[in-house]
Design a protein around this ligand. Sequence first.
Ligand SMILES: [Zn+2]
Ligand SMILES: [Zn+2]
Length: 221
Amino acid sequence: MDIYPVSNGFSTAYLVVDGGSAMLVDASSESIAPKVLAKLAEARAELRLIVLTHYHFDHVGAAGPLREATGAPVAIHRLDADPLRRGGALRLHPNRPLGHVMAPIFSRGVKAPVTPDLEFGDEEDLGGHGGFGRSFWTPGHTAGSQSVRLPDGTVLAGDALSAGFPPSRAERPMFADDVAASRASIVAIADAAGRDVRIAHFGTVGAPSVARLAARNRPAG
Ligand SMILES: [Zn+2]
Ligand SMILES: [Zn+2]
């Protein structure tokens, strides 16, 4: 299994290829669609599933164009399905000091509506939908945020974690609609991670760093 990060310089999607099949986790902006199609052609793989970790505009832009080009269905957790369909501007709740700086910038992005094909429950066997591994519900950043655990133990966590300094250091998400839920999700991600955790901004955080962050967020007792 190979994992190819595909980025627009700001938000990274992950193309997972195994044999002739591929799954895309997150869809960044529309500008990455040609890069994904080129990688699929190079790998001689067919895109079978597009999993969105949540509905924010910087994670869903290429979903529509890639569905049209490949026929792959677009999946999102059921609790983020309505905001995905609605589109519009974001209302963000800063959860780190940097979030207060970034919120006005992010809030300018307006998302085009996307109609999902599949609404996932809290845990899904992605093999049953044409993908690999399993999805699991990791709410907090948004109500319907979900992560993907690949068969090799890699977790793709979207925005459920953010990068600190250095960028390999895991931090709590930049924004959280529900802080308590986000803390529980950090623990769930650490417990699921068999190796590194890939995030959307900007790359890879080490499993030990995620474990340390989880230790600080585990309920006492
Ligand atoms: Zn987000
Ligand atoms: Zn994001």
